[in-house]
Design a protein around this ligand. Structure first.
Ligand SMILES: Nc1ncnc2c1ncn2[C@@H]1O[C@H](COP(=O)(O)OP(=O)(O)OP(=O)(O)O)[C@@H](O)[C@H]1O
Ligand SMILES: [Mg+2]
Length: 278
C-alpha cells in the first residue's frame, strides 16, 4: 500500500448503498414506418419505406424531385387522405399506435402532428386569427383570455412576437414572406402538436429569412420532434440530426447526418450528395 495515498489510508466509512448509475436516456421512437408502399390510383410512388424518427430529433428527408418525400411526409398526418385514389399499405405508427388502423381518429392525429408547407399559406385574416384558427376545430382555449395567451405563446415560439405584437389585428398577408412562414409555424404550434412536419419550409425565402427558420427549427426540437423535407443539402447538414435519402420512392439510406455527408454507405447517396444527379 502506498503510504501517501490518502484515499487508500482513509478508514472505511460504512458502505452506502451504491446509487445505481442513471441509465442513459433511451431515445424514444416517436414515428415508425415499416414497409410503407403508397399509390396514387395504380401508380406506386413509395416502395417499402422503413424508417424511424426519435423524440426531439430533426430528421431531414432529401432526394431528387419526384422521389416521394412530400408523399411520405403527408402520410404522417394522413393529409394524403384528402387526395382521391391515394392508398397506403404497410405500417405507420406514431407513439406505437397504427395511425391507419380502422377507427383511428384523424382529427386527433392532425392535432398531434402539425404541418408547415413550402409556400407559406396564411389565411386572409388578421395575424391573431391565423394563430387561433386551429383552436376552434380542436375545441381548445375557448375563453378569450386563454386565446390571448395562446397567441403570445405561439408567436414567441415561432420567433414572431417582437415583430407581430403591435399588429395582431392587422392582416397576415401584409407580413413579409419570412414572417408569413413563421406565422404558419405559430399557427401549427398553437394546437400544441408533438411532431412538426415541414415541407421545404424555407425554399421560397431569402438567406436571412432562411437562417431564421433554421434557428427556429433548432429551438423547436427542444420541445418537438421534427421531420423536414429539404432540397438544400447544406440546410440538412446544418440542422438535422439524421438524414434519410429517398430515391425513386425508396429509402436508400438513413444515417446520422454528419456520417451521411462524410461517409455515405451507399454509392447512390454519394452520387446525390456530390451533385452527380438530382
Ligand atoms: N396528388 C397527386 N396525384 C397523383 N400523383 C401524385 C400526386 N402527388 C404526387 N404525385 C406523384 O407522386 C410522386 C412523388 O411525388 P412527391 O410530391 O411525393 O415527390 P417529392 O419528392 O416531394 O418531389 P419534390 O422534391 O419535387 O417536391 C411523383 O411521381 C408525383 O408525380
Ligand atoms: Mg415535395
Amino acid at each position: 500500500m502506498t503510504p501517501g495515498n490518502t484515499i487508500l489510508n482513509r478508514p472505511l466509512a460504512a458502505p452506502k448503498p451504491a446509487a445505481a448509475p442513471a441509465p442513459a436516456p433511451a431515445t424514444r421512437v416517436v414515428i415508425e414506418a415499416r414497409n410503407v408502399d403508397f399509390f396514387y390510383h395504380a401508380h406506386q410512388v413509395l416502395f417499402g419505406v422503413s424508417l424511424e424518427v426519435r423524440q426531439n430529433e430533426i430528421l431531414a428527408l432529401i432526394g431528387p424531385s419526384g422521389c416521394g418525400k412530400s408523399t411520405f411526409l403527408r402520410s404522417l398526418n394522413r393529409m394524403n387522405d384528402l387526395i382521391a385514389g391515394a392508398r397506403l399499405r404497410g405500417s405507420l405508427r406514431i407513439d406505437g399506435e397504427d395511425i391507419y388502423a380502422p377507427g383511428s381518429d384523424v382529427i386527433a392525429l392532425r392535432r398531434r402532428v402539425g404541418m408547415v408547407f413550402q409556400r407559406s399559406n396564411p389565411f386572409p385574416f388578421s395575424i391573431e386569427e391565423n394563430v387561433t384558427f386551429g383552436l376552434r376545430a380542436n375545441r381548445l382555449a375557448r375563453r378569450p383570455g386563454e386565446r390571448v395567451a395562446v397567441v403570445e405563446r405561439s408567436l414567441r415560439a415561432a420567433g414572431l412576437w417582437e415583430e407581430g405584437k403591435d399588429r395582431l389585428k392587422k392582416p397576415a398577408l401584409a407580413l413579409s414572406g419570412g414572417q408569413q412562414q413563421r406565422l404558419c409555424i405559430a399557427r401549427a404550434l398553437a394546437i400544441e402538436p408533438e411532431i412538426l412536419l415541414m415541407d421545404e419550409p424555407a425554399s421560397a425565402l431569402d438567406p436571412i429569412a432562411t437562417a431564421r427558420i433554421e434557428e427556429l427549427a433548432l429551438e423547436l426540437k427542444q420541445r418537438y420532434t421534427l421531420v423536414i423535407v429539404t432540397h438544400n443539402l447544406q440546410q440538412a447538414a446544418r440542422i438535422s440530426d439524421r438524414t434519410s435519402f429517398f430515391l425513386m420512392g425508396r429509402v436508400i439510406e438513413t444515417a446520422p447526418t454528419q456520417q451521411m455527408f462524410t461517409h455515405p454507405a451507399v454509392q447512390e447517396t454519394e452520387d446525390y450528395i456530390t451533385g452527380r444527379f438530382g
